[in-house]
Design a protein around this ligand. Sequence first.
Ligand code: SF4
Length: 376
Amino acid sequence: MAGLYIHIPFCQSRCVYCDFYSTTLPRVWQMPYVRALVEELRMRRAECGPQVETLYLGGGTPSQLSREALLKLFEGIRAHAALSPTAEITIEANPDDISPKWIETLRETPVNRVSMGVQSFDDGILRTLHRRHTAEQARRAVGMLQEAGYDNLSLDLIYGLPGQTLEAFGADVATVLSLGVPHLSAYALQYESGTQLYEMRRQGLIEEADEELSLSCYQRLIDLAEGAGLEHYEISNFARPGRRSRHNSSYWTGAAYVGLGAGAHSYDGARRRSSNGEDLAEYIRSIEKGERPCDEEVLDDDTLYNELVMLRLRTREGLYLPEVEVVYTPERRLYISRMAERAIKTGWLTEKADGHLCLTRQGLFVSDDVISDLMA
Ligand code: SF4
């Protein structure tokens, strides 16, 4: 199965915590960029396989694309890729971009899933993060989309934010659940070097949440989401039955994907990974010359094994141990069993009768340590 990812790196402004590749270049860059995306797709159409099962427009802020640019992009996708009739087609959107007019444009595309970065329903925190929307705009955006028949929605939240209490985060989760969306992703705040937030912490302008509070938020998240009937199918992701993100699930199961655009990554499902450079102008120039501006990496056995362990153990299904023996060697299978012994005894991992090694609920809270102990 081939998943297609398209990176739309335009943002109206930068959020203080963000380290994704994006730019605040003006709208005049959109059409040349879309033309380059379509050309890259044409160049790489063979990599997409006979049918594209999942398409994901991520960013950046794809909802910042003008009507003209968005429709041009889908015209190009239709011309050069065969979208499966049952394809999951997701667009990431910022709540303040959602309007009746934007939804009208969306109807002219085959998009059937919208993922929104809400992050918090506290206006003070949203301002600290330099998010452009308010809590009310986020609620309204969900309502508008649902009314228009887009019920396959996902909302993102962040916990461990400066000034956020356990009660406030619990209220955010409760708000998401009350909105009736079928998918929720929630991430612990990361202070990535090079971001404004990192600087703010260094200068003492904000106080980092302590680890205990973050863990309590995670616990509250799981209790509330599972209590409301959502399945905890990946460390940071929850979904109603049948509403898991098919696109992101294919990353965790090691399927091939093709990434188009500046800063996008691709993987051939075997040993080759590549990434396009993070420079929009250079990307357009290279594609116009018929060259893809990318770095390629051939993954060695240890890297492949480490990624298999890390990605599979993030999922509810876990790592199928016989796969380690088949893909690698019986020695590697023995190695992981030996390394897992301590975590199994402590109750952080469990080996199921069907051969899957999974994190227990307790293990979820120390997952980084447990997973790194199993690595090569
Ligand atoms: S809108 Fe999204 S991609 Fe753009 S700066 Fe904010 S978090 Fe980053």
